[in-house]
Design a binder for this molecule. Structure first.
Ligand SMILES: Cc1cc2nc3c(=O)[nH]c(=O)nc-3n(C[C@H](O)[C@H](O)[C@H](O)COP(=O)(O)OP(=O)(O)OC[C@H]3O[C@@H](n4cnc5c(N)ncnc54)[C@H](O)[C@@H]3O)c2cc1C
Length: 323
């Protein structure tokens, strides 16, 4: 039981057409960020309780990995889930949680033992209506303003141990696997906005005349747009290749990280270059290009930063210095 991944990716490419960034973000968390580990490793009971209503759209899911003191360094999270009888008692807090103030449940990463940081963590399905869960604030952001991003604290939150996803101590590994779907989804969701911006820029620069000719007739403009369109197609090809390998059961960590890195870089290039061709209009809130300039800036940060992607790629190339 679960969501078919190649279908998710196809939907994500389509979702890029929705001009409200908050909707794709929430759907992405629901389908490709908070649920892949539950789908793959969760018990039948847990899937019935959390996954089925999430797929049906009756539950809103969120993913609780990042903390105020640990974003890129996931191994360093401090939230604990201490076993007491047949319950975990959770203390700590999570930061940057998309859909956090509205979610019915969180896929929570917490330390369940004192052991080494890659083997002491577990993923837990945490209902968000339990006593001791405090949504501290909705975070005011540069972009993605219609997406709810929250800081959340846990104070002696008690959750049944049966809410554990898979095996205790495997949470870090499960999350690293879960990240692959999140990152490929992130790439898919960026493609259509980039194409839309390029197309809108073509249309605007065709009709906007400067020094007696359309802006588009300047070679520097039409060559640049052609180059950006080419890069978008290259990224799409890498995405499709990675997804095809993934659904065949291969480890695509390297390709997913490369695609995510490129998507972060390219969304910045496309939105920055295109905004420039709109002149003053590009700097207003009236046009989509300025909205995407702000919203898509998240691509280089959320789901792992560009630098984190580079570190992973280096690891796979065996060129990352060992500590
Ligand atoms: C809008 C938004 C929504 C989010 N949604 C969620 C969510 O739903 N759930 C969730 O768990 N998290 C979420 N995040 C958190 C996101 O995953 C983190 O912001 C991201 O992983 C970076 O962590 P950080 O912000 O703590 O940056 P830091 O880890 O503090 O990094 C700061 C800078 O240092 C750089 N850096 C780190 N290590 C290295 C290195 N080795 N070499 C060079 N540079 C390095 C980073 O790349 C970055 O540029 C969201 C974030 C945002 C902004």
């Amino acid at each position: 039981m679960g969501l078919d991944f190649s279908y998710n990716i196809a939907v994500a490419e389509e979702l890029g057409n929705i001009r409200c960034g908050g909707i794709p973000m929430a759907i992405g968390v629901q389908a490709s960020m908070a649920t892949p580990a539950l789908t793959r490793f969760g018990s039948h009971e847990l899937k019935k309780q959390f996954l089925v209503p999430t797929i049906a759209g009756d539950f809103v899911a969120c993913l609780g990995i990042s903390e105020a003191g640990a974003g890129s360094d996931v191994a360093n999270i401090k939230t604990t889930a201490v076993r007491k009888g047949d319950e975990y008692v959770i203390n700590g807090g999570k930061m940057w949680i998309t859909s956090g103030s509205q979610a019915d449940w969180m896929c929570l990463l917490a330390n369940t033992s004192e052991g080494p940081p890659h083997r002491n963590k577990s993923l837990i399905c945490l209902p968000m209506n339990l006593p001791g869960i405090h949504v501290a604030k909705k975070i005011d952001k540069l972009g993605m303003k219609s997406s709810d991003t929250a800081q959340i604290f846990f104070e002696d939150v008690r959750v049944p141990c049966k809410n554990l996803i898979g095996e205790e101590g495997k949470g870090f590994t499960y999350q690293m696997l879960q990240f692959q779907e999140e990152r490929l989804w992130g790439v898919a969701i960026a493609l259509t906005p980039m194409e839309t911006i390029i197309q809108e820029t073509i249309e605007y620069t065709q009709q906007r005349k400067v020094f007696g000719q359309p802006v588009l007739h300047n070679q520097t403009v039409h060559f640049r747009l052609a180059e950006l369109a080419t890069e978008v197609e290259l990224l799409r090809s890498l995405l499709h290749r990675a997804v095809a390998l993934y659904v065949e059961g291969n480890d695509v960590t390297k390709f997913a990280s490369m695609a995510k890195l490129k998507a972060g870089r390219l969304t910045r290039e496309v939105t920055d270059s295109c905004l420039q061709f709109w002149g003053g209009m590009g700097f207003t809130s009236e046009v989509l290009v300025s909205r995407f300039y702000r919203d898509l800036r998240l691509m280089s940060i959320g789901g792992g930063t560009d630098e984190t992607m580079l570190s992973i790629i280096c690891k796979y190339m065996d060129i990352l210095p060992r500590k």
